[in-house]
Design a protein around this ligand. Structure first.
Ligand SMILES: Nc1nc2c(ncn2[C@@H]2O[C@H](COP(=O)(O)O[C@H]3[C@@H](O)[C@H](n4cnc5c(=O)[nH]c(N)nc54)O[C@@H]3COP(=O)(O)O)[C@@H](O)[C@H]2O)c(=O)[nH]1
Length: 568
């Protein structure tokens, strides 16, 4: 049969393992987040910059298209203004006077490459330049916005120049024509980052191209004697923008390869990418650090005290001469919100070093009073031992605290034992003595814990005026079946008896140890042989079963055996 009390202790250890697993899971999640969130800024910076550059390219195209269209509209308007000044109500006679007039118009208006009469839309006679100019329509369709006006794309057959022919119709067959050179449409010398990359084309509304200016054609214009190898990439991945004229059947479309915009920002992009990588690395570093960092123990303890997560466990102490339950020692446990139970080894040193041990003890005392009041009021012979820290012996605060907590509780001062460890030296023995004396005045007993392990020894016992001495497990462990004598236990026992002190042995685990201790006259003992530290409910059950005033020989649950142990 498994001892249920030890099973409870095993369960606690299992919970501790579960807690470590949970922390590891948290670290893995944080590391994962670090990697994911760290990569994010690298892409985000790149995409944001791409969008910005795309917008910048589109703005440039829009401006260029608008400027080109305004320029073209101005030219066309100028030609129409010139024609409207002519007497167009009758077919003019091509005489010298008319030719002179056309010549004058052409010279005054640099926009016009030629002006003349057009017959049947085929050629220009009465031209301002020569007797007649023949031209080839490059557009199959004539487009007119107004009845007597029409527009068509043409090329001068003599010079090969492309242009827009604006015609003012006088009769069905005769019209006045103005030949505008489209090379003038495209704004020259635009100072932009992309001047050598964009394509600009002007179309009539029927989609007939009047003119198109490509990076290659512009370069040829600038340096006609060089042979250019057009960059095959310039037509790839084009950003295009189109604007339509509301006055004339004209459309301007501008296109720019995105790579041109991208390349012009190569330096900036490298900086942005670098910043993205840096930010990503910082985020990654932050999360990785968080993932690998253990929570600040001080902060954790402080929060745990506020949330009252420290709870008392009670290890039964037995009178090994009579077999009666003598009381218990309070051993702190950290009950985490997820139910994990941590033993003091995980936090007691930090609590002591940080000073948080004081509020932790205050919290424990309050809970002890709450847990035991009812039961201990019925069993005044039972004691409860509470461990104090060395810092408790620096001022009288502990006396006030004990009075406040237990003064009105069911646990009387006479039932209280306060333990002071010999392991750590007390700073000021006189002050400690005064504090102990005040506690004893109230009826509280004081025990020297871990006796024989520290440097205080006999001096502590004498100077501090202890009531109880607790022999450390270290010495109890040396007792085996073959042991005849353990000098330190025997001498401590004798000395204590001489000073009228009660002797308690700690960490009793075997029958042999129990026999030896009892033979040596040790009064009380605690240890896994009887029971580990128990939660309040289990201890109160035990008190209910064993703690009666007239206890006789009782059965004590064995810790390491399947049967039960009788202490006689
Ligand atoms: N100032 C305070 N110190 C405290 C408090 N609660 C505990 N402690 C000190 O922490 C140390 C570890 O305590 P814990 O893990 O609770 O271990 C105690 C017992 O569970 C253990 N024990 C008891 N019997 C046996 C046994 O038979 N075998 C075995 N292997 N271990 C056993 O010993 C510890 C009790 O030690 P002691 O206090 O010396 O009686 C420990 O130093 C505690 O003192 C607290 O509230 N305040």
């Amino acid at each position: 049969m498994v001892n249920p009390l030890l099973a409870a202790a095993d369960y606690s250890l299992a919970r501790e393992g579960k807690c470590a697993l949970k922390n590891r899971f948290r670290s893995i999640i944080l590391l994962f987040l670090g990697v994911v969130l760290g990569i994010f800024p690298v892409f985000a910076a790149h995409i944001a910059m791409r969008d910005y550059l795309m917008g910048r390219g589109e703005r440039f195209l829009d401006q260029t298209a608008q400027r080109t269209l305004v320029r073209a509209e101005t030219f066309v308007q100028e030609a129409i203004d010139v024609f409207s000044a002519l007497p167009h109500f009758r077919v003019p006679v091509c005489d010298n006077a008319l030719q002179e007039r056309f010549r004058g118009m052409m010279l005054r208006h640099s926009v016009l490459h030629d002006v003349g009469l057009i017959y049947n839309g085929e050629y220009m006679y009465c031209s301002s330049i020569k007797e007649s100019t023949s031209f080839q329509p490059t557009s199959s369709q004539v487009i007119g916005a107004v009845d007597h006006l029409s527009y068509r794309a043409v090329r001068d057959s003599l010079t090969g120049k492309e242009g827009l022919l604006v015609q003012w119709h006088i009769t069905e067959f005769v019209s006045i024509g103005g030949f505008i050179l489209v090379e003038n449409f495209v704004p020259q010398g635009m100072q932009t980052d992309y001047v050598d990359f964009y394509r600009i084309s002007m179309k009539l509304k029927n989609n007939e191209t009047i003119t198109e200016s490509t990076p290659v054609s512009r370069l040829r214009q600038r340096a006609p004697f060089y042979s250019f190898e057009p960059d095959p990439n310039w037509v790839k991945d084009l950003i295009t923008h189109e604007v339509n004229s509301s006055r004339y059947p004209l459309t301007v479309s501008v296109a720019l390869p995105f790579s041109a915009v991208w390349d012009s920002f190569g330096g900036v992009m490298r900086v942005v990418d670098g910043l993205g990588i840096l930010t990503g690395a910082l985020i990654m570093f932050f999360f990785v650090r968080m993932g690998l960092r253990k929570p600040d123990p001080y902060v954790s303890l402080e929060q745990a005290i506020k949330r009252k997560e420290f709870v008392p466990y009670y290890q039964p102490i037995l009178d090994i001469q009579s077999g009666r339950l003598a009381g218990c020692e309070v051993l702190v446990r950290w009950r985490k919100p997820d139910g994990t139970i941590l033993s003091p080894g995980h936090f007691i040193d930090v609590a002591e070093a940080s000073g948080l041990a004081l509020p932790m003890t205050a919290l424990l005392m309050e809970q002890v009073a709450e847990d035991l009041s009812e039961s201990y009021a019925k069993h005044p012979n039972l004691k409860v031992a509470i461990n104090l820290f060395n810092k408790h012996f620096e001022d009288l605060a502990i006396v006030r605290e004990v009075e406040q907590v237990f003064g009105n509780s069911g646990v009387r001062f006479e039932q209280l034992v306060l333990e002071v460890t010999e392991r750590l030296p007390l700073e000021n023995l006189d002050r400690a003595r005064a504090i102990i004396a005040r506690l004893q005045e109230l009826g509280i007993r004081v025990a020297l814990d871990d006796a024989g392990t520290g440097h205080g020894g006999f001096a502590y016992l004498q100077k501090l005026g202890m009531d109880i001495i607790k022999i450390d497990k270290l010495f109890v462990d040396t007792i085996t079946a073959e042991t005849e004598t353990v000098p330190i236990i025997d001498s401590l026992s004798q000395m204590a008896k001489g000073m009228d002190m009660v002797v308690v042995a700690e960490g009793v685990e075997t029958d042999e140890q129990l026999d030896y201790l009892r033979r040596s006259g040790i009064d009380e003992a605690q240890g896994f042989l009887f029971s580990p530290a128990l939660p309040a409910s289990a201890y109160l059950q035990l008190v209910g079963a064993l703690g009666g005033k007239n206890q006789k020989k009782k059965q004590i649950p064995a810790a390491n055996k399947d049967n039960v142990k009788t202490v006689s």
